[in-house]
Design a protein around this ligand. Structure first.
Ligand code: IPE
Ligand code: IPE
Ligand code: MG
Length: 249
């Protein structure tokens, strides 16, 4: 995971794009609707984002669908979000399967997740498991800190001696060890924070914050973020060669 000998060049599309889908509540409030109407309207944005990402040649797309902190919301909204995430699977798993998308759910550890949601998640993961065009990771009941704690616990359970606990070893005990570092992390709705999202994988992500509220997010917004990404110079702690010879910077 931290072997950066194959760093994605800024000339290439990012390999792993992650989206923090935020602003559903504000979108609804602007229209004098209920918050849950904002979540419902977000489905069209999810569909658009998945298609646009696949068409852009992105091989890993991750979406933040429900955080470990979102359990603190009113029970009605939590209940709705459980149903909504099931609905997204029911409405889209077949299309995404045809598009060659492999679906995986990251997190999903809380006993409050209803069985019917687990069943549909298992169905979608099984249906799409051999697809190779793009991996869609739905961060659902996900928390970046909890992911790291679970990996640490797994290392201990496997009896890994302290001197063998390296970054690679810990990464190997994450839920999905093959999930690459995030290249481009986009958050909608104008908020400038990570909200405990994929902290391990976001270590060197390029951050792009867009003002668009999630239900209005479409292919053009992904493209806007990709354009910004193309202009970023990723250094990973090194000195850029052009600056080193004094020609730029
Ligand atoms: C994001 O929209 C959806 C989830 C967090 C599940 P919000 O519901 O957070 O919308 P705002 O931030 O209140 O506008
Ligand atoms: C983060 O958004 C979680 C998801 C997008 C699923 P929140 O709206 O819950 O985050 P905060 O509360 O603004 O940090
Ligand atoms: Mg929010």
């Amino acid at each position: 995971m931290f072997d950066r000998t194959e760093e994605p060049s800024v000339q290439c599309p990012p390999r792993h794009v992650a989206l923090i889908m935020d602003g559903n509540g504000r979108w609804a409030r602007e229209r004098e609707l209920e918050r849950i109407d904002g979540h419902s309207a977000g489905e069209e944005a999810i569909v658009a984002a998945v298609r646009a990402a696949r068409d852009s040649g992105i091989s890993w797309l991750s979406l933040f669908a429900f955080s470990t902190e979102n359990w603190r919301r009113p029970q009605d909204e939590v209940d709705f979000l459980m149903l909504f995430n099931q609905r997204v699977i029911r409405n889209n798993a077949s299309d995404w399967n045809e598009m060659g998308v492999r679906m995986r759910y990251l997190g999903k550890a809380d006993p409050r997740i209803p069985d019917f949601v687990h069943e549909d998640i298992a169905f979608a993961e099984h249906l799409t498991r051999h697809n190779t065009a793009m991996t869609l990771t739905m961060a659902f009941d996900h928390g970046g800190r909890r992911d790291v704690v679970r990996a640490a616990r797994s290392l201990i359970e496997h009896g890994v001696p302290a001197e063998q606990v390296t970054e690679d070893a810990l990464a190997g005990h994450m839920q999905y060890p093959d999930l690459p570092d995030i290249d481009l992390l986009v958050r909608s709705s104008g908020e400038h924070r990570l909200s405990n999202f994929m902290l391990w994988q976001a270590a060197y992500a390029e951050l792009v914050f867009l003002d668009v509220l999630w239900p209005d997010f479409r292919a053009e917004h992904l493209q806007q973020a990709l354009d910004v990404y193309q202009l970023r110079q990723r250094r990973f702690g090194k000195v850029p060669s052009a600056v080193a010879v004094g020609t730029r910077g």
